[in-house]
Write a protein that binds this ligand. Structure first.
Ligand code: IPE
Ligand code: IPE
Ligand code: MG
Length: 228
């Protein structure tokens, strides 16, 4: 498998079950990210995309959003050395302009510092699949208006080149933790032929055995892409 994408869900429920604040669930979820990065390294997965914060997540209470942004930056500070050690390139996918400046700066600095590495960790932040598709449509329309491209030239391939990270291949497998059977606006365009795997395990509890189970399930799938 070349590209694994994960909807990291269940941090809040994990914390609630322990009588802890939701932010503690997010902190524990950060530790899972650290672990999973290692599993992917061992499994030889080139792209790992993590859904960390959706455009809809801004609706959450300010205290939770603030805690998430602070956690993100402290996670980055703690992980930067590992990214270099394992030669992993950090990329952000989403409306980076929505993030507070301290988070944006930290993210962009690590993006630049790791940009020559082959393996990629893609963090979806202030990400929405519909937002991404609408932004691509807008950019295409602008280019048509300027006469840079002909209307007739627009096809799936050209459209996909206007998405956030056009060089990244579509995900092979999308894993969602916490049992919810939905995409929640994740990679709507790119997910068209991804295999889906939902586990009831909450993200902070997701471990090597759960990771192996997801990969084993994927290996058994027969991908037909509409053929027979
Ligand atoms: C996923 O955990 C992390 C984010 C969406 C930021 P949740 O915070 O959604 O946890 P639940 O779904 O409430 O348990
Ligand atoms: C999806 O989880 C977004 C992320 C994991 C970042 P949510 O918890 O926001 O999704 P819903 O509300 O259950 O659909
Ligand atoms: Mg959730």
């Amino acid at each position: 498998m070349e590209h694994l994408a994960i909807i990291m869900d269940g941090n809040g429920r994990w914390a609630k079950a322990r009588g802890l604040p939701r932010s503690e669930g997010h902190r524990a979820g950060g530790e899972t990210v650290r672990r999973v990065l290692g599993f992917c390294q061992t499994a030889g997965i080139k792209y790992l995309t993590l859904y960390a914060f959706s455009v809809e997540n801004w609706k959450r209470p300010k205290a939770e959003v603030d805690a998430l942004m602070t956690l993100l930056v402290s996670y980055l500070a703690g992980e930067e050395e590992m990214l270099h050690k394992h030669q992993v390139r950090l990329r952000i996918m989403g409306r980076l302009e929505d993030l507070p400046e301290f988070a944006r700066e930290a993210l962009q600095r690590v993006e630049r510092a790791t940009e020559t590495y082959e393996r990629q960790l893609i963090l979806c932040l202030s990400y929405g699949g519909r937002t991404e598709i609408a932004a691509a449509a807008k950019r295409l329309a602008e280019r048509v208006a300027k006469g840079e491209i002909a209307l007739e030239a627009i096809d799936e391939q050209l459209f996909a080149q206007h998405l956030y990270l056009p060089d990244v291949p579509d995900p092979d497998l999308i894993v969602r933790t916490s049992g919810e059977m939905r995409l929640s606006n994740f990679l709507l365009w790119q997910a068209s032929y991804a295999e889906l795997y939902v586990t009831p395990v909450l993200w902070p509890d997701f471990d090597q055995a759960d990771f192996d189970a997801a990969l084993a399930a994927f290996e058994k799938r027969e991908r037909r892409y509409g053929g027979c």
